[in-house]
Design a protein around this ligand. Structure first.
Ligand SMILES: CC(C)(COP(=O)(O)OP(=O)(O)OC[C@H]1O[C@@H](n2cnc3c(N)ncnc32)[C@H](O)[C@@H]1OP(=O)(O)O)[C@@H](O)C(=O)NCCC(=O)NCCS
Length: 194
């Protein structure tokens, strides 16, 4: 039976990560299939993946122990604070800004702020390794990383139309902090204390 290790990626893994994420866009599939299997959105080019590492993002990867193939990835970074950017990230930043201004406290009693929330995503697992709990491990692997950074929570945003991704987040114990809209599409901002 195949076994997998969770490893911290480096910029040298960019090409394999970009290929994995480009496949996870599921460009050729009918909308109903994309929704069922899950998808990622946006630019997943090699250049953008490299830039993420250069800007200080980290990534956890799932590696097949026998072949060395990277079969899953989950990026992580500081929470976004730019409320002007033309990207769903603007919704995350605005939501956090609103919570911070209102002094909102989360379920565990911590204030919800930019500087104590670690964001993760995009995340994907290649189809031939799916159904083996790798997405769960790639999300749960965020917890010790956030703890080391002294963050109070991990957060991630999901397009509400992406029912596979919504289901994964709920199954792995994240709950909705809020919802926001970007260009007419609703998104959920998920959170879990660490
Ligand atoms: C969606 C995706 C991440 C699932 O990865 P995976 O490794 O197969 O998921 P896991 O085996 O870790 O499953 C974790 C939980 O989510 C559930 N789940 C996984 N895929 C699901 C799907 N497509 N629809 C509904 N639930 C799903 C599993 O049943 C499991 O729950 P349970 O064990 O409590 O029953 C993967 O298919 C993928 O990368 N899709 C394309 C990109 C994408 O959707 N990215 C967003 C990531 S959330």
């Amino acid at each position: 039976m195949a076994s997998y290790s969770m490893v911290n990626a480096s910029i040298d893994d960019s090409e394999a990560i970009s290929s994995l994420l480009q496949a996870a866009k599921r460009g050729g599939l009918a909308p109903s299939q994309r929704i069922k299997l899950g998808y990622v959105q946006g630019d997943m080019s090699l250049g953008l993946v490299r830039r993420r590492f250069e800007r200080g993002f980290g990534a956890l990867i799932a590696v097949d122990d026998s072949t060395g193939e990277i079969v899953g990835v989950n990026f992580y970074s500081d929470a976004p604070s730019d409320t002007q950017v033309k990207h769903p990230l603007t919704g995350v930043a605005s939501s956090l800004q609103g919570f911070q201004e209102d002094g909102r406290i989360d379920e565990a009693g911590y204030p919800i702020r930019f500087d104590n929330s670690m964001m993760y995503g995009p995340m994907a697992v290649t189809d031939h390794a799916s159904g083996k709990d790798l997405a769960r491990k790639l999300i749960e692997g965020m917890v010790p990383i956030a703890q080391q950074r002294a963050d109070a929570r991990i957060i991630s945003f999901v397009d509400n139309a992406n029912s596979a991704s919504i289901a994964v987040h709920r199954r792995v114990g994240l709950s909705s902090l809020t919802e926001f809209e970007f260009e007419g599409r609703p998104y959920t901002l998920f959170s879990r204390n660490v």
